[in-house]
Structure formats: structure tokens, C-alpha cells
Write a protein that binds this ligand. Sequence first.
Ligand code: SF4
Length: 64
Amino acid sequence: MKPKIIADECIGDGICEEISPEVFELRDDGLAYVINEDPDASLQDKIDEAIEECPTSAIVMEES
Ligand code: SF4
């Protein structure tokens, strides 16, 4: 499973980057991007937290 951000849903508040900067990055265009598409299993808790805290549910897990 790999994290993905649905760009149309992202409002660019940067919460995901605050929680897990190893995986998410807020860029100048005002959207967050996944910078690590194959995150180590040790990051899963932080990814799950980012998914929970994202106000628009823009982060999803996809089959890799
Ligand atoms: S937490 Fe959600 S809405 Fe906020 S920047 Fe990340 S993906 Fe976008």
C-alpha cells in the first residue's frame, strides 16, 4: 500500500507535512505531495495519523 493525495481535495493546510514530513511535502503551489511512495513500515503510524487528521480526507492508501 502506498499513500496518495487526491489533489482536488487538498486545501493546502500542511497538516500532513507537520505530522509526517518524511512522506508529505507542502509545495509553493499550495498543494501537498507524497515525496516517499514506498514508505518504510515504521512510518505507517504517522501516515495513519495524517490520514485521520487531514480535514478533507484527501489522503488515501492505494494498492502498490
Ligand atoms: S492534510 Fe490534507 S488538506 Fe492538508 S495539506 Fe495534507 S493532504 Fe492537503
